[in-house]
Design a protein around this ligand. Structure first.
Ligand code: DON
Length: 305
């Protein structure tokens, strides 16, 4: 498969599309990004990489970090995690409060904000130095020790924390949060603030390829095959909130988006791919990013379906 040629075609075809998306501004620091940025990096299971555009430029990974926190949490806590979080799509926006009240503080899945906040609460109990240990995990799986938190983004999220604070308070009232609310928020905002580029993200997501056994030499980061299978299933069914059905319908790969405009998707036996274009559609997913991935699975005639 000539992936490089295909990525170049995708960059050319998406560059002439009218982008009706909007850069996220509810976290003011994210609103400073240049909307025309666009990059893709694709890493194949046999090790080769292909890239176009701004694929080496760092951006805020935001909710893509929820996949890393879930993976780390499952490594530590195993199936106990599922006593406090469900595995069903929510069909609601990522930051919705509505379901949580009906469902007594148990989030539908680990990728909506409420679910990721419970995962953050569990990791605060499990990790000795939560911020350091989380960053080390991401650095190790991305094979890049230069990856950092973005303190300005984390502070901007804390300043406008109201909705995430409401979710955390509500869950604490139901007994599903053990730590102090601001401690959970501080850890969660830091994980979301991590700055990475498409190359680092596609490398990090190789841990979900080949049933968690992409690279047997990297023993520390290899996932249990059952965990890899389950995380892929959750990415497919819940990775795009109330647009997860649309993503499966148009693209046909497990993946995860973030409000920084990044999307990472994997074809479990072929590749991991990260795309970045900051303007978001009205569901909070990168408009051109989704279009680019749709072109990828259409042109390659490869998807999980
Ligand atoms: O908590 C928030 O709202 C952000 N830190 C993350 C949201 C996000 O990325 C949703 N993704 N599409």
């Amino acid at each position: 498969m000539n992936y490089q040629k295909i990525l170049e075609e995708i960059a050319a075809e998406t560059s002439v599309l009218k982008n009706t998306g909007k850069v996220a501004t509810y976290i003011p620091e994210l609103g400073k990004v240049e909307p025309s940025k666009f990059g893709i990096h694709l890493k194949c299971t046999e090790g080769k990489s292909y890239a176009v555009g701004d694929s080496n430029e760092h951006f805020s990974i935001q909710s893509i970090s929820k996949v890393f926190s879930l993976a780390l949490c499952l490594k530590h806590k195993g199936n106990h995690v599922w006593q406090r979080i469900g595995v069903e799509p929510s069909g609601d926006p990522f930051n919705s409060l509505v379901q949580l009240e009906y469902e007594k503080g148990i989030p539908r899945n680990p990728f909506i904000n409420a679910g990721a906040l419970v995962i953050a609460d569990i990791l605060l109990s499990e990790l000795k130095n939560p911020k350091k240990d989380f960053l080390d995990f991401v650095r190790n799986i991305a094979e890049d020790q230069s990856i950092e938190y973005d303190a300005k983004v984390a502070a901007s999220e804390m300043e406008y924390k109201y909705r995430n604070a409401a979710l955390t308070h509500l869950m604490k009232d139901f007994g599903n949060i053990n730590h102090d609310v601001d401690t959970v928020l501080d850890f969660y905002f830091h994980q979301c603030s991590i700055a990475m580029n498409c190359k680092q993200l596609s490398q990090a997501f190789t841990i979900f390829l080949n049933y968690g056994k992409y690279d047997l030499s990297k023993e520390a980061s290899v996932l249990n095959p059952v965990v890899a299978k389950r995380i892929n299933a959750l990415m497919l069914t819940c990775g795009f909130y109330d647009e997860s059905g649309e993503f499966a319908f148009r693209i046909g790969l497990p993946g995860k988006s973030g409000v920084g405009g990044g999307i990472v998707a994997i074809h479990p036996r072929h590749y991991s791919v990260a795309v970045w274009s900051p303007p978001l559609n009205n569901k909070g997913n990168s408009e051109l990013g989704m279009r680019a991935l749709e072109l990828l699975t259409t042109k390659t005639e490869q998807s999980v379906f």
